[in-house]
Every structure is written in C-alpha cells, then in structure tokens.
Design a protein around this ligand. Structure first.
Ligand SMILES: Nc1ncnc2c1ncn2[C@@H]1O[C@H](COP(=O)(O)OP(=O)(O)OP(=O)(O)O)[C@@H](O)[C@H]1O
Ligand SMILES: [Mg+2]
Length: 257
C-alpha cells in the first residue's frame, strides 16, 4: 500500500490521537509495541474498508495482545484484538498450535505463527457460535487483528465474572457448565483457559471470551486442559457456596461423547 499524506493524517487522527494524549510512559511503550508498521497498515485497511471508523481506547492489555474498543461508521461499537508482533509469548502460542490438526502445515516463521494464531481464535469463535455457545460474534480477521462484537453496556466494556455480585450463582453456574459441555460435545473443543477472568457479564448473562487457545478434543493434551477448565469452574462456584464435584462434572461432559 502506498503511504501518502492522507494515510498519515488519518492514522494520526484515528489511531494515534489518544497515544499523544496519554502522558503515562508505560502506556506509551505499550502503544509503540502494538502499533508496528504492518499493524498500522492493517488497521488502515480496516478503516478504508469501513469495518471500523476509529479506535477509541484500550480496554485491556494481555500477555499476547491488546484489546481496544472501536466505533463503526454506522455508530455502535466493536472490539478489536491486536496480537503484538513484537513480544508475543511465542513459545506459549506454539504449544497450543502444535497438536491441532487444523494447523498441521504451519511454517516456522514467527510472523506467520502469529497470523495463524489470530485466525485460530477467529475460527474458534465461529465454531463456538455455530454450536450455540455465547461468545462474541466474530466480524473479520486480518493478519494479527481480530474484529468482533463489543461486549458491553452501551459504551462501557462489560465486567468480568470475578468482579460482579452474583445473586443467583446456581443459574450462572448452570449456564457456564452447559457451555463447557456444549463446547466439548457439539463444537468438539476445549476452551483451555477457562476461568472467571475469561467470562464477561452483560445484563446478567455470561459471555465466554479469549478462545485463542481452545483446542480440538483430539489434541494430545485435551484431557489435561479440560480437567483444568472444569476445576476452575468448580473452584469459583464453590466460593459462591455451591457444592460441586469435579469428577462428576467431568464425567457428565465426556460420557459417551
Ligand atoms: N469482545 C470483547 N468486548 C469487550 N471486551 C473485551 C472483548 N474481548 C476482550 N475484552 C476485554 O479485553 C480483555 C483481554 O481480552 P482476552 O482475554 O481475549 O485477551 P488476552 O490477551 O488473552 O488476555 P489475557 O492474557 O489477560 O488472558 C478481557 O479480559 C476483556 O476485559
Ligand atoms: Mg483473557
């Protein structure tokens, strides 16, 4: 793509405006790590193709990526997850891609691995939605950027399960246990990083996020990952006063599946 004056002006006003406003040097460092040249180009493509109009503010900075709220041309919001090309924890990523037959022919290049990783998350979102599981609706995935439904109340990002009061834990538990079960039995996947940190609460309903590391149930470490997910679910709801047994839960998920 040709880098002309308009490109630079648009980027200045749409992507980097809040970087300039933010005097905190840690934040600046993060922005500089996220917005490398290729990532800026991809964002610019998403803007010229009218997928998004502006990037508004960072919602969160994770180990491998940053999530931003974006505004659509038509108004309304989207969430944009950008995997950092610079310091993504590459080895961690490899563990979840190796062993997944969908990505058998992956080359060794770091760049390609990160693009594949973003695509894996996107495809996992699609597969989960098709199985009727409550996850953000995927919009598009280009290179290291995933655009998806913004989970929030109006303009504000939704809180995590761990941050909210839970008046009826049994109800939320039943919903999430049902999702893990459907995930395994219908989508043939295991989330592999399931916890109260990766569930957002919108209008009292739980929505599961962060599905990049979800693996097929044929993955060599599938049973270890499933056990960990189920333990995390049980641990959290036991703290809410529920009486739960992981072995029974695991059996119910996997029996005759
Ligand atoms: N679709 C979304 N709508 C609103 N907020 C979101 C959305 N997706 C992610 N977030 C927010 O961004 C945070 C980080 O997203 P996510 O967990 O997918 O990324 P991550 O880089 O894997 O993070 P971590 O390393 O902290 O697990 C979430 O905890 C949540 O607060
Ligand atoms: Mg997360």
């Amino acid at each position: 793509m040709k880098v002309d004056d308009k490109f630079l002006r648009d980027l200045e006003s749409k992507v980097l405006a809040y970087r300039a406003r933010d005097k905190d040097s840690d934040h600046r460092k993060t922005y500089d790590e996220v917005f490398d040249r290729d990532t800026l180009m991809t964002l610019y493509d998403l803007m010229t193709n009218e997928v998004i109009d502006t990037l508004d503010f960072p919602i969160a900075t994770g180990k491998e990526g940053n999530v931003f709220r974006a505004t659509k041309h038509s108004g309304g919001y989207l969430a944009v997850k950008i995997y950092r090309m610079s310091n993504a924890t590459f080895n961690n990523i490899q563990k979840y891609i190796a062993g997944d037959e969908r990505f058998r022919n992956l080359g060794k290049s770091r760049r390609r691995t990160i693009h594949t990783w973003a695509q894996k998350e996107y495809r996992n979102l699609e597969r989960m939605r098709n199985a009727g599981i409550s996850v953000p609706e995927p919009v598009v995935c280009v290179k290291n950027i995933i655009v998806m439904e913004f989970i929030g109340e109006d303009a504000t990002p939704a809180p995590h399960l761990r941050e909210v009061e839970i008046p009826e834990p049994e109800k939320i538990y039943a919903n999430l246990f049902g999702s893990l079960k459907k995930l395994y039995r219908k989508a043939g996947l295991i989330h592999s990083d399931f916890s109260e940190y990766n569930v957002l609460m919108r209008g009292g309903e739980p929505i599961i996020i962060d599905v990049g590391q979800a693996v097929l149930k044929t993955h060599p470490m599938a049973s270890e990952f499933l056990t960990r997910d189920v333990y995390n679910l049980a641990r959290f709801f036991r703290k809410q006063g529920m009486d739960l047994d992981e072995k029974t839960m695991l059996r119910e998920i996997t029996e005759d599946a």
